[in-house]
Design a protein around this ligand. Structure first.
Ligand SMILES: NC(=O)c1ccc[n+]([C@@H]2O[C@H](COP(=O)([O-])OP(=O)(O)OC[C@H]3O[C@@H](n4cnc5c(N)ncnc54)[C@H](O)[C@@H]3O)[C@@H](O)[C@H]2O)c1
Length: 425
């Protein structure tokens, strides 16, 4: 029988390691019937005795109480674990291989075990991959194993807990993500976390897989950033903690969603200049800061990708929308668009440029001098009228986030658009 909407789904947790055992015990703690499975007999017998198989604050009590209440049980048999389950959470290990790739042996094995136990199954089963897997793994590795088993749906439900505070991280999860194409399957897995005061993010399957990597990469980058700034501060006689704590008091631009939207390369009069100065001064101090040193080359590489995408349009007439390094300014210093245009000119592309804030008849002073004297080859491509640009161009390339008015005009032009700023949506 499939449980009704207000009934808790029955859960199988496959793999009773750090993630699986915490997940199993916490779900049992919120009233779910949970059966954990592991090939490691020690972990299984430990849970059956009501003892946590490893140390994690708060886990011992949860395993003890829920095993005693009959909500949490365990087995070495995947078949037994999934027999009465509505949801199977895959929590097996995905360790690094020697070459850095993700090892999927445990995932393949457990998936095959589920498939073998599900031939002829009629009771619906949602298989949720909680292990960390690279985007595409569910589609390429997991789903093919279930081909022909109509009762099984697959979603990705990555885990974000931190060892040492894992039980608390489950109960007060910062992020709950369920990804998949089947809305009912996604909802069913999201409903497991009803007791968690965090609204689940229901996303595409590959998005859910990717978010886990994005989060971990972001954490690692933040740690290295703080450590490099701290190391430089210390050598300069500045207190590292005071610098980073002050940085974190700005939750508008620093610890916020600002600057976290994929878009065009950065430029302007400050970021490149200040990164160069940091790099130079650190080198003078014999201090290696590999992450901060690599930021400018990461930016150049991003610009190169955008330039290549424009070159890939072919040799048609290309209308560039945006010349300054970002929207709402006429400052051309270190605009990455200028670098891109120079490359495109060098490759013989036919270009015209429109920027709502750079009109030759209106600008004056250093900006006008800069165009006339430093970049006359780009100045002569400028047109003051978007409609003229659109009428002339075969392709539009958008390099800044346009205003709502300009975005409407770009859409209205019906010209093919390459939005390297990702600012049109
Ligand atoms: N540990 C963490 O802090 C953490 C946090 C978030 C995500 N993750 C991810 O979660 C996954 C699990 O991590 P973990 O630390 O819990 O790993 P783990 O090695 O502690 O546990 C994996 C468990 O799976 C069992 N297992 C392997 N194959 C099995 C099979 N065929 N059938 C039944 N059981 C099987 C193993 O015996 C082991 O007990 C990994 O993908 C990891 O990257 C880990």
């Amino acid at each position: 029988m499939v449980p009704s909407a207000n009934e808790n789904p029955r859960v199988a947790v496959l793999g009773l390691g750090y993630v699986g055992c915490v997940t199993a015990a916490c779900l049992a703690g919120t009233g779910h019937m949970v059966c954990g499975a592991d090939r490691d007999e020690h972990k299984v017998s430990s849970v059956l005795r009501g003892v946590a198989p490893f140390y994690e604050p708060g886990l011992e009590e949860l395993v003890r109480d829920n095993a005693a209440a009959g909500l949490l049980t365990a087995t070495t048999s995947t078949t037994d674990a999934i027999r009465d389950a509505d949801v199977a959470l895959i929590c097996v290990g995905t360790p690094s291989e020697r070459n850095g790739n993700l090892g999927l042996d445990q995932l393949r094995r457990v998936t095959e075990d589920i498939a073998a136990a599900s031939r002829g199954r009629t009771r619906p089963l949602v298989v949720a991959v909680r292990s960390t897997v690279f985007p595409g793994t569910c589609e390429q590795v997991v789903m093919p194993v279930f081909a022909g088993i109509d009762s099984i749906r697959v979603v990705a439900n990555p885990e974000f807990l931190r060892e040492g505070v894992a039980v608390r991280d489950f109960k007060e999860a910062a992020l709950v993500v369920v990804g998949g194409d089947d809305p009912d399957a996604r909802e069913r897995v999201a409903s497991l976390y009803r007791s968690v005061p965090t609204k689940p993010c229901l996303v595409a399957l590959r998005t859910a897989e990717m978010i886990k990597y994005a989060c971990n990469a972001f954490h690692a980058v933040k740690i290295s950033f703080a450590n490099e700034i701290g190391a430089l501060a210390e050598l300069l006689g500045v207190v590292p903690e005071e610098v980073m704590e002050t940085l974190c008091t700005d939750d508008k631009l620093n610890t916020s969603g600002a600057y976290l939207k994929p878009g065009f390369a950065f430029g302007g009069s400050c970021l490149p200049k200040d990164l160069r100065a940091l790099r130079y001064r650190a080198a003078r101090l014999d201090l290696k800061l590999p992450m901060l040193e690599s930021v400018l080359s990461a930016n150049e590489e991003h610009l190169h990708r955008a330039t290549q995408a424009v070159l890939d349009l072919g040799s048609s007439r290309i209308g560039i929308v945006g010349l300054a390094f970002k929207e709402n300014t006429d400052d051309l210093r270190e605009s990455p668009v200028v670098t891109m245009l120079e490359h495109l000119i060098g490759k013989g592309r036919d270009l015209r440029v429109f920027d709502p804030h750079i009109q030759m008849e209106k600008i004056y002073g250093s900006n006008r001098d800069y165009i006339l004297n430093a970049i006359p080859h780009i100045g002569r491509l400028l047109t003051g009228n978007f409609d003229e640009l659109a009428a002339w161009a075969d392709h539009l390339v958008v390099t800044q986030r346009p205003s709502a008015d300009l975005a409407a005009k770009i859409h209205g032009s019906k010209k093919p658009v390459l939005d390297v700023a990702r600012g049109l949506n």
